[in-house]
Design a protein around this ligand. Structure first.
Ligand SMILES: C[S@@+](CC[C@H](N)C(=O)[O-])C[C@H]1O[C@@H](n2cnc3c(N)ncnc32)[C@H](O)[C@@H]1O
Length: 226
């Protein structure tokens, strides 16, 4: 294995170092030396997009919200699946992730941040959700953390709690769909989704297209009606 090359780094507000590295032709984001994500496996990130777009239909002026840019695989799959007049809002907490996509990741999905259908916002997706107008989005996709059972950033636990689910139910159009990426399943979260009024299911997803088994979970939450 070739040595890893650090392309860029920054200090996060909590004091830890976030770095972008390249090794053997793949890119990795590391926080405090730990690998947060890489371009090696993106099957479940793309599956997230496929499930979210399944219910979009053929209407005009559809609006999709994606929480978390990362390496842009979910964004790419959404753009492949939606109609040309859709508007896709991507909310990313860290400005460096957006800047590094532009500067170092053009060969991955970096060019998509400047696609005319895409609006990039540097913000906390929970704050964007709280400010959303009623029935603003046709589909909402979340991939900001490892899921309710394996939170990495403590503040992101709020996404899986009742107040955020109520905000989500207001922000989704009737018949709209939200999907949450998660490293593992979580019965309590499914129950919370149901209690908040969603029709919720947990769907297994493979990390690699040719993997033998599902290692990740996608929580699909449909707002009834439509
Ligand atoms: C696992 S990555 C997303 C991967 C992405 N689905 C892809 O296809 O490459 C998670 C991203 O969410 C961002 N993030 C973390 N917490 C966030 C929050 N509260 N609001 C918005 N973005 C957040 C991280 O900075 C990171 O870029």
């Amino acid at each position: 294995m070739k040595p890893s090359v650090t392309l860029a780094k920054t200090t996060l507000s909590g004091g830890s170092t976030l770095s972008l590295c390249r090794r053997d032709g793949h890119y990795f984001l590391r926080v405090a030396g730990l690998e947060l994500m890489g371009t090696v496996a993106a099957n479940s990130e793309m599956r997230l997009a496929e499930l979210a777009c399944e219910k979009l239909g053929t209407g005009n002026n559809q609006r999709v919200l994606i929480g978390g840019l990362g390496f842009g695989f979910t964004l790419r799959r959404v753009l492949e699946l939606v109609r040309p007049n859709v508007s896709v809002q991507v909310v990313e907490l860290l400005p460096e992730v957006v800047a590094w996509n532009r500067a170092y990741l053009q060969s991955v999905n970096g060019g998509l941040v400047d696609d005319p259908r895409v609006e990039i916002r540097i913000d906390d997706v929970l704050a964007v959700l709280a400010r959303a107008t009623v029935r603003q989005y046709d589909a909402v996709l979340f991939d900001i953390d490892n899921g309710p059972a394996a939170i990495v950033v403590a503040a992101n636990a709020r996404l899986y709690a009742a107040p955020a689910l109520t905000a989500l139910s207001r922000a989704l159009r009737v018949g709209g769909r939200a999907v949450f990426w998660s490293a593992s399943t979580d019965r309590a979260f499914l129950k919370r989704l149901t209690r908040a009024g969603f029709h919720a299911t947990a769907v297994g997803a493979k990390a690699y297209a040719h993997a033998k088994r599902n290692t990740h979970t996608l929580f699909v939450a449909d707002w009834p009606g439509g």
